[in-house]
Structure formats: C-alpha cells, structure tokens
Ligand binder design. Structure first.
Ligand code: B12
Ligand code: SF4
Ligand code: SF4
Length: 382
C-alpha cells in the first residue's frame, strides 16, 4: 500500500496521545551495523543469551518479521519515576525499569491500539507486528535511525531532552507510512563517565559491552553460579543495574515517566535482600506478580540477594544466612549463601559453614563451602 496523505504525522500524534514520549517512522530496510553485531557474537559477549545468536541476519533485517513489511513506527516510553540516582538501601537495589509493572504487555497493548488507529486512518487491512524485546530485532539501531536518539558509549539510546531512562518499542506494518525523523549526531563527545563508573569494567571499548560482565546480565539473564571474582564487584544490586545511566550527564534533568504502570510499586521498591532470601516459590510468584523481577526466577533472585548480603559487610546477616544455608532446597542459593558467609566471616559464619559441610551432598555446594572456608584460612594468614 502506498503512503496516504500525511498519515505519518497523524500516527505520530496518536502515538504521543497514547503516552509515548517520542516517535519516528522509518522505511523497512536492512540495518547498517550487522557486521558489528556479528563481531559481538563472535567474541561470545552474549554469554548464555544464545537466542541472540540465532539468525543474526534477521535481527538486522526487519523485512523478515512480517510479510510485505514497509514501515516501522519506533517509539520511546519513559519509565523512571524518581529522578534521584537509585540510592543504596538496606540492603538491595532494584533497577529503575523494574520498579513498576512489566513493560512488555503494557507497550504491546498500546502498540496494538496504534495499529488499530493506522487501520482506521488508511481504511485498509494493515498487518502489523509489535516488537518489544521478544522479536529478533536490533531495536536500538531502529530507534537511532528513526531519530529517537543516538547510541551512547554505554550502548543506550540517549536523547538530549529525554535522557536514556526509556524503553524502546516498534510497530512493523505492511503499509507505507512515509518517513518521520532523521538520525541525530552523537553527543557523547569526550565524556567517558559511563565507561569509568562501571563497577565490573563491562565495556571492552566505547559502544561495546561484554554482557557476561554486566551486573544487569548477571542478575537477570544468567542462570547458574555467578563467577566468584565478579561477586564482590556487584555491591547490593538485586536486579539489574543503572550505574552507567545514573552517571550520564544527559540524565541529570531528564523527565520522569507519566505512565501509571511504570510508577514505582511500593511493594517492589521496599523489597530488600533479606526479605527476598526467604521467599518460597509460592510467595515469589504472588509477591512479584506482573513484575519484571519474575524474569530472574526464584533461584536467580535469591542467589542475587545472597551476594548483596555478602557484600554488605554487616555480620548481623550471619544468623539469617546460616538459617537459609541449613534449610534452602535450591543448591544455587545454598552455594551463594555459603559465599556470603565466607565474605562476612566471623566465628558464627565459620561455624555455620563447617556444620553445613558435614551434611551437604551437592557437589557444587560442597565446592562453594570449601572455597568459603578457604577464605577463613586466608583471613587468618592475613
Ligand atoms: C540482550 C539485551 C541486554 C543484555 C545486553 C545489553 C547490550 N548492551 O547489548 C543485557 C542483559 C546486559 C542488557 C542490559 C540492559 N538493558 Co537490555 N536489552 C537487550 C536486548 C533484548 C537485545 C540487545 C542487543 O541486541 N544487544 C546486542 C548488541 C551488540 O546490540 P546493541 O547494543 O544494539 O549494539 C549495537 C551497537 O553497539 C552498534 N555498534 C557497534 N559498534 C559501534 C560503534 C559505534 C561508534 C556506534 C555508533 C555503534 C556501534 O552495533 C551493535 C549491533 O547493532 C534489547 C532489546 C532489543 N531486542 O534490542 C534490550 C534493551 C537494549 N535493553 C534495555 C535496557 C533498559 C537495559 C538496562 C538499562 C536494564 C537495567 N537497568 O539493568 C541494561 C543496560 C545495560 C547496557 N549498558 O546496555 C532497553 C534499552 C533502551 C534504551 N534507551 O536504549 C532495550 C532496548 C529493551 C527495550 N525494549 O526497551 N540488555
Ligand atoms: S549496567 Fe551496570 S554493570 Fe552493566 S555496563 Fe552499565 S554500569 Fe556496568
Ligand atoms: S555518560 Fe557520557 S559517554 Fe556515557 S553515554 Fe552519557 S554522554 Fe555518552
């Protein structure tokens, strides 16, 4: 179908009325950075996210998402509801994007309404597909092409007014909606604040992230044990990480969200590591209903909570950790609790570890117990 007189401008206006902060429209064309993406995969920077490596060509070719695809409407949705950098609480930090309700459904539903508007405006049976993480598409590249910002050295799409605390989403349609927006130039200049602030040195170069080192990956996507050398660098991050955005000068005056589903949920914002560490499977599901935190799954989230307590330096958590070590069924959690006890140290921590060693049968947990007790010997020698 061909472009209907200025339909693009009306689609943009409707998208803004639906709550999207900025909107652009681009024709469906192969994306330019396929070679960079393939290079990234070749280095193994995707870690366990094997799904990223499936059909990499199609990720850079939106044509494959919908037969006859002609246009992509790219949008941003602000999510930060408190413009203060996420302060360390007692103990545990949750990334800002996860303080509200899960964004996938919210944004897909709004894009569905936008698609209905396009059908009404064009008077045609326009086919559409909404992309919010779940379709194989390099969404940041699409957003940058549509002029929604530039990709910063921290790999986030940034805008001079909106900052970077926004989600991206795209609506692929088989109608020609023309073109709205053009790429903007990079405004990072000589700044390196994000690269310098990353606690795990996850940027191998500006614009290139080794996800395997990123706290966001380690706390959300990674399923198994967190490499021991990275645990002390993770601080009190329970789920995700905002550091490379918090330090970005373009986020200083960026606006907060006006979308109700993304306003902070008090039940999520008040969650602390010690509360998480004792959630049963049923409690995990009930308490975190419709929250992005579900993605880490119970063993993963409890693992993260153990690391945060281990990094707290507060030996008052030894009693709780000792109790969980003796009662928790999931080896992944017991293993990280053992590490946390070793990190905190002290008479009661060593006693809990020794006691657990006598009863433990899981090979992985036994290895963690040994390493944790090894820390005692190192401390003694030190
Ligand atoms: C996998 C993934 C992750 C992984 C890997 C992140 C990464 N940087 O690749 C992990 C789990 C670490 C992650 C973390 C986060 N994520 Co994430 N993630 C994704 C996902 C699903 C795919 C990203 C991807 O394809 N990565 C592969 C890399 C290679 O692609 P890329 O970053 O676009 O890289 C391109 C550039 O680097 C470019 N390039 C290479 N060299 C050069 C050189 C120059 C000069 C230039 C200009 C470009 C360039 O080429 C690459 C290929 O196109 C997207 C959704 C989607 N489908 O796109 C969300 C997405 C990118 N994530 C998002 C968010 C919010 C986050 C977090 C902030 C969450 C948090 N608070 O914990 C962190 C931020 C960490 C960070 N600094 O990136 C948002 C980003 C919104 C925005 N404003 O940019 C997205 C778009 C989800 C969404 N729908 O809103 N994420
Ligand atoms: S999200 Fe955190 S760990 Fe990941 S790159 Fe940014 S600062 Fe580093
Ligand atoms: S902190 Fe500096 S270098 Fe990093 S994305 Fe922001 S402006 Fe660019």
């Amino acid at each position: 179908m061909t472009v209907v007189d200025n339909v693009g401008a009306r689609v943009v206006a409707r998208a803004k009325a639906l709550g999207f902060a900025s909107v652009g429209i681009v024709p469906v064309e192969p994306l330019p950075h396929l070679a960079d993406f393939q290079d990234w995969l070749r280095h193994g920077y995707q870690g366990e996210m094997a799904w990223l490596g499936r059909n990499p060509e199609s990720r850079a070719n939106p044509q494959t998402l919908l037969e006859g695809a002609r246009s992509i409407v790219a949008v941003t949705a602000l999510y930060r509801s408190d413009d203060e950098p996420s302060e360390a609480r007692a103990p545990g930090r949750i990334a800002s994007y996860a303080h509200g309700y899960d964004y996938h459904r919210v944004l897909e539903e709004r894009l569905g309404r936008l698609a209905a508007f396009i059908r009404a405006e064009t008077g045609a049976e326009v086919a559409d597909r909404a992309a919010v993480d779940r379709l194989p598409l390099l969404e940041r590249e699409v957003a940058a092409r549509a002029g929604l910002g530039w990709q910063g050295k921290n790999t986030m799409v940034l805008d001079r007014v909106l900052g970077s605390f926004f989600f991206l989403a795209e609506l692929v349609v088989d109608a020609d909606l023309g073109s709205v927006g053009a790429p903007v130039r990079d405004h990072c200049g000589s700044c390196t604040a994000c690269l310098d602030a990353c606690p795990t040195n996850a940027f191998v170069a500006p614009y290139v992230l080794d996800a395997r080192l990123c706290i966001s990956y380690l706390t959300i996507e990674h399923r198994g044990p967190i490499p021991r050398d990275l645990r002390p660098l993770m601080g009190d991050h329970l789920f995700g990480c905002d550091i490379c955005q918090d330090v970005c000068p373009w986020n200083r005056k960026a606006p907060d969200t006006a979308l109700f589903p993304f306003l902070g949920r008090p039940d999520i914002e008040s969650l602390t590591a010690d509360q998480i560490l004792v959630l049963s499977e049923d409690e995990f599901r009930a308490r975190l209903e419709l929250s992005p935190l579900q993605r880490a799954r119970r063993p993963g989230l409890l693992r993260n909570a153990a690391v945060a307590l281990g990094n707290s330096g507060d030996t008052r958590w030894v009693a709780l950790l000792g109790h969980v070590l003796a009662t928790e069924a999931e080896p992944l959690v017991r293993g990280h609790v053992a590490w946390a006890l070793g990190a905190l140290g002290g008479r009661w921590a060593w006693r809990a570890l020794e006691k657990a060693q006598l009863a433990e049968e899981d090979v992985y947990v036994l290895e963690e117990l040994e390493a944790a007790l090894g820390a005692r010997n190192a401390k003694r020698e030190g």
